[in-house]
Write a protein that binds this ligand. Structure first.
Ligand SMILES: O=C(O)C[C@@](O)(CF)CCOP(=O)(O)OP(=O)(O)O
Length: 321
């Protein structure tokens, strides 16, 4: 038996962050999060289940990788299908490698769709979101396009993403500023666990995200880009406050990240509607309008290099290709 399926999923950037797990095994978060799936960055994954294989193999950008998380994920898929068959997984990240945007979100959303389809499971999008969540929390959101909310839930059944606006018709997009990271970053999984375990502000962070989410959904319903940006920027900085206040302290900011955040604030002072967000890396993502993107690029290119400014508009959910 040899079944092969390919899928594509796009990465997403959270406007209200997921940062910390109530249940690390099932990947159940402490709070709801909300993201924008992006057109520009995506992962293509081909999964071939083949009963002549004696082990799972995984190739990322044509390089063989031994990744226990992928094997664990395939075990979950095999268990769901009640089938004992190995797979060959071939993934290509269409993200500039230096970008540090090669997120687990697009990778596990594409893997969830390709693997479940190849093994013969016909999952609903909600079931796919729950499955992708088992690979990486943010992947639950990349099953859907546009603006998406991950409902935290309490268990494997009720923790999944729902679309808020899959086809975004109003003017919002992002510009990712590629910042060079010299030191090895702390990956999001260990970073968030350390914040949960040691930051005295962690549970206050969780509390404030509840109101942020309400305010964000109201701003989205009003197509109020400035309000969306202001809430997103403040939410991201509160998330990063839990890393600075962890013990020992750590941060994803580097000097160029600070320079980029200052540049965004200066543009805003000059009347441009632009806000920033940051995740588990030094890159800064600008939330802005298509209309003002050319002006922003023109102002930031001399500071960061035009090649390091990547424009990304809202993108689609995961699909079979
Ligand atoms: O995307 C967000 O909401 C915020 C973050 O990007 C901030 F860095 C975290 C994403 O964490 P993820 O990689 O999904 O963790 P996993 O569940 O441990 O695999």
């Amino acid at each position: 038996m040899k079944n092969k399926v390919s899928a594509r999923a796009h990465t997403n950037i959270a406007l209200i962050k997921y940062w910390g797990k109530q249940d690390p095994d099932l990947i159940i978060p402490y709070n709801n999060s909300l993201s924008l799936t992006l057109e520009h960055f995506y992962t293509d994954t081909t999964v071939t289940f083949d009963d002549t294989l004696s082990e799972d193999t995984f190739f990322l950008n044509d390089q063989r990788i031994n990744d226990k998380k992928v094997v664990h994920f395939l075990d979950i898929v095999r268990d769901k299908a009640q089938k004992n068959v190995f797979a060959k997984v071939e993934s290509t990240n269409h993200v500039p490698t230096s970008a540090g945007l090669a997120s687990s979100a697009s990778a596990y959303a594409a893997l969830a769709l390709a693997a479940s389809s190849a093994i013969g499971l016909q999952l609903t999008k909600r079931e796919l979101s729950r499955l992708a969540r088992r690979g990486s929390g943010s992947a639950s959101r990349s099953i859907f396009g546009g603006l998406v909310e991950w409902e935290k839930g309490h268990n494997d059944e009720d923790s999944f993403a729902v679309p808020i606006e899959e086809n975004v018709t109003w003017d919002i997009q992002m510009i990712a500023i590629m910042i060079n990271s010299h030191e090895k970053e702390i990956d999001s999984r260990s970073g968030m666990q350390h914040s949960v375990d040691t930051s005295p502000f962690y549970h206050d962070w969780v509390k404030t995200t509840e109101q942020d989410l309400i305010d964000m959904k109201d701003a989205i319903s009003k197509r109020d880009l400035a309000k969306v940006g202001q809430i997103a920027e403040n939410n991201a900085m509160k998330m990063h406050a839990t890393t600075l206040s962890a013990n020992p302290s750590f941060t994803y900011f580097n000097p160029d990240s600070i320079r980029a955040m200052d540049a965004v604030k200066n543009l805003r002072k000059s009347g441009i509607t632009c806000y920033f967000t940051m995740d588990a890396g030094p890159n800064v993502k600008i939330i802005c309008s298509k209309a003002e993107t050319p002006y922003i690029l023109n102002k930031l290119s001399p500071l960061f290099g035009a090649d390091n400014l990547l424009v990304a508009k809202p993108g689609p959910g995961a699909t079979i290709i």
